[in-house]
Design a protein around this ligand. Structure first.
Ligand code: PEP
Ligand code: MG
Length: 868
C-alpha cells in the first residue's frame, strides 16, 4: 500500500481528485504542481496513515523508512540536505484534512534547525534571519510537540521586546535573538528534563507524530461535532520544503482571496506582511497591509512585479478550480511561492453573488451553481438587520469582518460565553484575538469582537463560516484588567452589560437594538428565478393571518398550503371570542360568539385572498385542541363570566367539564363539527362570502380549497361535505373540498376518502404523533435518550420517519390515486421544509410542500437541488 505521495513541478504523484487520500491541502498542492504553479516541493503522507495512527498511536516502521526515502528525494530535488550544517534543508509539517478545519489542527514550521544548522543557515541567509527562525521553531515545536505552554515562551519574547522597545520579533537584533534561543532551551530543559532535540530526524518524526495526534485534540473534536465532519476521515500530513517570507525586506507572506469574501465582488482581496512568516498573518497578532488600493504600503506598490505574477496565479487557480480561491503565498527574496489554495470561506451574500457572477461569466452552469448553494447559506440571508429608523449612537468602529447584527451581554472568555449560552442568554464574546481554543465559546456566542487581527484573522474566517457577525480590530478597544470591563476612550462597558454589533459595518452600539428583515439582493432574486425554473414541485406556505400571507408572498410562496383558522384567534383581543364559543352553554350563546367570529374571519380571509392574488389558498376548518384555548387565568375567567352575565363559579364548572385528559386525541378537528355543525357552517360562510365579495370588488378570482382536519372515517367526511355544499348553495363561488391525512386510519381508507375529496394534505405532525404513538408535546423529554441509544437517528418530528409514517403516506397516495387519478397532493406538517424529508416527498409524487414563510426559500432551493 502506498503511504506517501510526492509533489513538485517535475514529479507529481497526486492530483485534485485524490482529496480523500491526500486531504484538501495535499490534493490542491499536487494539482497546482500539475498546472505549473510555483509550489515548494514536498510530499503528502496520506489520510489512511492517520487512521492507522489513531489505532496504534505510533508511526509504523514502514512509514518511518518511507519518510526517509522521500526526504532523500526532496533533498536531491532542491539541492540541500536535511541536517547539513553548511546548506541545511528546512521543512514545514502541516496538517491537511479532507474537509477544511481552519486552525484546528497543528503545524510545525522550520523543522531541521539545531545549533549546527542554524550556523549554516546564518552563513547562507543572514544571522538575524537564522536566529529569528530558530526562535520561532523552538517556540512552535515546544508547544505542539513537547506540549509546553506557549506563554512560557511568549513572555520571554514580550519582555525582551519591552526592554528594547521593539514592536515584534522582527525588530529584535541578533544578540537578543541568540539570548532568547538560550532562554528557550533552558525552559525546555527545566520543564521536560531533557535538552531541546538536536537530532533532525527525531524532530521530523516527532513533528509528523504530533500533527497526526492533533486530529484528536479537544478543539478539533469540537469543530468536527459542530460541522458534522466524520471522526474517521483523519488528516493527511504535508512535509514541504520551507520558503521564507522573513528572509529580508524583499520577502513577504500573505493571504489572498480571488474575490471579496464578504461581498463577493470580483476583485482581489488580500493582506500581507513584509519580512514575516505565514503564521503572523493569520494569527491576528500583527495587523497586516492590503494587497492593493489607496494606501501607501500595498503589495502593488512595494513589490510590483511579484504582485503582477500573483494576480496571474489567482486568475489561473480560480479558472482551474471554478470557484473563488483562498490562497496562501510567500515571497522569498523576490520569488513568489504558493503554499496553499482552497475554496475560500465566504459570507452568505458573497456566496450568492459569486455563483450568479460565475454563471454569467460562463465559468459554471446554472445547475452547478444551484447545487453549490448550502441551504444554510440561504437561511443566513434572511437574518435580521438593524432598523435604520432607530437612532443608533455608534460607540466604536472596527473592521467589518463577518456581516449580520447581533446583540447580547458582553463576556470576555470562551468559557463564560458557553456558560451564558447554556442558560439561554445571548452574549457577545469580546477578546484581544481569538484562537482555535475559543471555538466552543465562539459557537455559543451570538457575535464576536476582537481588539486585534485583520480580515483574514482566525476570528474573521471562523465567524464567516458560522454565519455569525464579527468585528475585528475594534479601534481603541481596551480589555480591562481581570476582564471585568472594556473601554474605548471615555466609554466603558462592564461585563454583563449589553451591546449590539453590526458585522456588516463594523459598528458597535450600546444596548439591545431592534432589527428588521433585510431586503433581498438582485443576485438573490436571480437565484430564486433559477430555482423556480428548475424545481418540479411547488412550495407553498403555512400562513394563518394576513401578516403571514404578506411575508409568504415576499418569500416567493406559490400559495398557502395551510391556513390554521384557529390561529386567527390567537391575538389577545380575539381569544376571548373563541373561548366564549367553546364554553357556550346553549345555542343562543354559541350564535352570539359565532357571529362575532364570522365577522373577523371573513375580513381576514378577504385580506388573505387579496394578498395572494389568485394563488391557491387552502383553508382548514377549525381544529382547536381545546387545551390550547380554554382560559386558565382567574382574571380572564372573571372577565368572560362578566361579559356572559354568568357566575365565575359556573364558568369554572364548564371549563372543568370540558377539560380533557388527552386533548390531542380529544374533541378536536372535524369532531367538533359533528357535535356542533354550526361552527363549520359559520366558517364556510366566511370563506365563501369573502371570495364572492373579492371577485365583485377587486375582480380577483379565488377558488378556495376547503380542508377538513382530523378525518378518520368516510362518514365523517360525507357529513361535512354535505354541510359545505348546503352553505355553498347561497354563493356563486368555485371551491374544492379536501381532507387532511393526519390519522393512520385516514391513510388506510384513502381510496374511500378520495371518492369525495379533491385533494389530500398530509398533516405529518399529527400523522407522526398518531402513527408512532409519540406525543408532539411531551416526547422531547425522552427523545434524547432515544437518539443516544441509537433507536432514532433524528427527532421524527423534524425529519420524517420514512420507514413507518412514510409508508402510510405512500399507501394513502397509491389508494387515493386508484380512486381519483388527478387528486392533488400536498404536505403541510413541519417536515415540509426539512431537506431530507423533501427528498422523500418529491419521490412520492406530491404536487407541493407547504412550510412556514421563512422556510419557503430554503424548501424551494432544496426542491430545485433534488430536481437536478
Ligand atoms: C399536522 O398535523 O401536521 C398539521 C399540519 O396540523 P397541526 O400542526 O395544526 O395539527
Ligand atoms: Mg394536525
Amino acid at each position: 500500500e502506498k503511504l506517501i505521495y510526492y509533489f513538485s513541478q517535475s514529479n507529481c504523484e497526486g492530483n485534485a481528485a485524490m482529496r480523500n487520500l491526500l486531504g484538501g491541502k495535499g490534493a490542491n498542492l499536487a494539482e497546482m504542481c500539475n498546472i505549473g504553479i510555483p509550489v515548494p516541493p514536498g510530499f503528502t503522507i496520506s489520510t489512511a496513515v492517520c487512521q492507522a495512527y489513531c489505532q496504534d498511536n505510533e508511526l509504523s516502521c514502514d512509514l518511518r523508512n518511507e519518510i526517509k526515502n522521500y526526504m532523500a528525494m526532496l533533498e536531491s530535488d532542491i539541492g540541500c540536505k536535511f541536517g547539513d550544517s553548511n546548506n541545511p534543508l528546512l521543512v514545514s509539517i502541516r496538517s491537511g484534512s479532507v474537509n477544511s478545519m481552519p486552525g484546528m489542527l497543528d503545524t510545525v514550521l522550520n523543522v531541521g534547525l539545531n545549533d549546527a544548522t542554524v550556523v549554516g543557515l546564518a552563513k547562507k541567509s543572514g544571522e538575524r534571519f537564522a536566529y529569528d527562525s530558530y526562535c520561532r521553531f523552538i517556540m512552535m515545536y515546544s508547544s505542539v510537540v513537547l506540549q509546553l505552554d506557549h506563554h512560557l515562551f511568549q513572555d520571554i519574547v514580550d519582555s525582551e521586546q519591552q526592554k528594547s522597545g521593539a514592536k515584534s520579533l522582527a525588530d529584535l537584533n541578533v544578540d537578543v535573538l541568540k539570548k532568547i534561543v538560550n532562554d528557550f532551551k533552558e525552559i525546555v530543559c527545566e520543564k521536560t528534563g531533557k535538552h531541546f532535540p538536536q537530532n533532525v530526524e527525531e524532530q521530523l518524526l516527532n513533528s509528523v507524530n504530533a500533527v497526526f495526534a492533533s486530529w484528536k485534540n479537544d478543539r478539533a473534536v469540537s469543530y468536527r461535532r459542530i460541522h458534522n465532519i466524520p471522526e474517521n476521515l483523519g488528516t493527511a500530513v504535508n512535509v514541504q520544503a520551507m520558503v521564507f517570507g522573513n528572509l529580508n525586506d524583499n520577502s513577504a507572506t500573505g493571504v489572498i482571496f480571488t474575490r471579496n469574501p464578504s461581498t463577493g465582488e470580483k476583485k482581489l482581496f488580500g493582506e500581507f506582511l513584509v519580512n514575516a512568516q505565514g503564521e503572523d498573518v493569520v494569527s491576528g497578532v500583527y495587523t497586516p497591509m492590503p494587497i492593493d488600493g489607496e494606501q501607501e504600503s500595498t503589495m502593488e506598490k512595494l513589490l510590483p512585479s511579484v504582485y503582477r505574477e500573483l494576480c496571474a496565479v489567482c486568475e489561473k487557480l480560480e479558472r482551474h478550480n471554478k470557484d473563488m480561491q483562498d490562497i496562501e503565498f510567500t515571497v522569498q527574496d523576490g520569488k513568489l511561492w504558493i503554499l496553499q489554495t482552497r475554496s475560500g470561506k465566504r459570507t452568505a451574500e458573497a456566496a450568492i453573488r459569486i455563483i450568479v457572477d460565475m454563471v454569467e461569466e460562463g465559468a459554471i452552469t446554472k445547475e452547478e451553481g444551484i447545487l453549490r448553494i448550502d441551504p444554510k447559506t440561504f437561511d443566513n440571508l434572511l437574518h435580521p438587520v438593524l432598523d435604520v429608523k432607530i437612532d443608533q449612537e455608534v460607540i466604536g468602529k472596527g473592521l467589518p469582518a463577518s456581516p449580520g447584527v447581533a446583540s447580547g451581554y458582553v463576556v470576555f472568555s470562551a468559557s463564560d460565553a458557553e456558560k451564558a449560552a447554556e442558560q439561554g442568554k445571548k452574549v457577545i464574546l469580546v477578546r484581544s484575538e481569538t484562537s482555535p481554543e475559543d471555538i466552543n465559546g465562539m459557537n455559543a456566542a451570538s457575535g464576536i469582537v476582537t481588539a486585534r487581527g485583520g480580515m483574514t484573522s482566525h476570528a474573521a474566517v471562523v465567524t464567516r463560516g458560522m454565519g455569525k457577525p464579527c468585528i475585528c480590530s475594534l479601534n481603541g478597544l481596551y480589555i480591562g484588567k481581570d476582564e471585568k470591563f472594556l473601554s474605548m476612550g471615555d466609554i466603558k462597558v462592564n461585563k454583563g452589560e449589553s451591546i449590539t454589533i453590526n458585522g456588516g459595518t463594523g459598528e458597535v452600539m450600546l444596548g439591545i437594538l431592534p432589527t428588521i428583515l433585510p431586503e433581498l439582493s438582485q443576485e438573490f432574486k436571480t437565484i430564486i428565478n433559477w430555482v423556480d425554473e428548475i424545481k418540479t414541485v411547488k412550495v407553498r406556505a403555512n400562513a394563518d393571518t394576513p401578516k403571514d400571507a404578506k411575508i409568504a408572498k415576499e418569500f416567493g410562496s406559490e400559495g398557502i398550503g395551510l391556513c390554521r383558522t384557529e390561529h386567527m384567534f390567537f391575538a389577545s383581543d380575539r381569544i376571548e371570542f373563541i373561548q366564549k364559543l367553546i364554553i357556550a352553554d346553549d345555542e343562543n350563546e354559541r350564535t352570539n360568539a359565532l357571529n362575532k367570529l364570522e365577522e373577523m374571519q371573513k375580513s381576514d380571509f378577504k385580506e388573505i385572498f387579496s394578498i395572494m392574488e389568485g394563488r391557491e389558498v387552502t383553508i382548514r376548518l377549525l381544529d382547536p385542541p381545546l387545551h390550547e384555548f380554554l382560559p386558565h387565568n382567574q382574571s380572564i375567567i372573571e372577565k368572560i363570566a362578566k361579559s356572559l352575565n354568568k357566575s365565575v363559579e359556573s364558568v369554572k364548572n364548564k371549563i372543568a367539564q370540558l377539560s380533557e385528559k388527552n386533548p390531542m386525541l380529544g374533541h378536536r378537528g372535524c369532531r367538533l363539527a359533528i357535535s356542533h355543525p354550526e361552527i363549520y357552517g359559520m366558517q364556510i360562510r366566511a370563506i365563501l362570502s369573502a371570495a364572492s365579495e373579492l371577485r365583485k370588488e377587486k375582480k380577483i378570482e379565488v377558488k378556495p380549497e376547503i380542508m377538513i382536519p382530523f378525518i378518520m372515517s368516510e362518514k365523517e367526511f360525507i357529513l361535512i361535505c354535505e354541510l359545505i355544499k348546503k352553505e355553498a348553495e347561497n354563493f356563486d363561488v368555485n371551491y374544492s373540498i379536501g381532507t387532511m391525512i393526519e390519522l393512520p386510519r385516514a391513510a388506510l381508507i384513502a381510496d374511500k376518502l378520495a371518492k369525495h375529496a379533491e385533494f389530500f394534505s398530509f398533516g405529518t405532525n399529527d400523522l407522526t404523533q398518531t402513527t408512532m404513538g409519540l406525543s408532539r408535546d411531551d416526547s422531547v423529554n425522552f427523545l434524547d435518550s432515544y437518539k443516544e441509544s441509537n433507536i432514532f437517528k433524528n427527532d421524527p418530528f423534524e425529519v420524517l420517519d420514512v420507514e413507518g409514517v412514510g409508508e402510510l403516506i405512500r399507501i394513502a397516495i397509491e389508494r387515493g390515486k386508484k380512486t381519483r387519478k388527478e387528486i392533488k397532493l400536498g404536505i403541510c406538517g413541519e417536515h415540509g421544509a426539512n431537506p431530507q424529508s423533501i427528498e422523500f416527498f418529491i419521490k412520492s409524487g406530491v404536487d407541493y410542500v407547504s412550510c412556514s414563510p421563512y422556510r419557503v426559500l430554503v424548501a424551494k432551493l432544496v426542491a430545485a437541488q433534488l430536481s437536478i
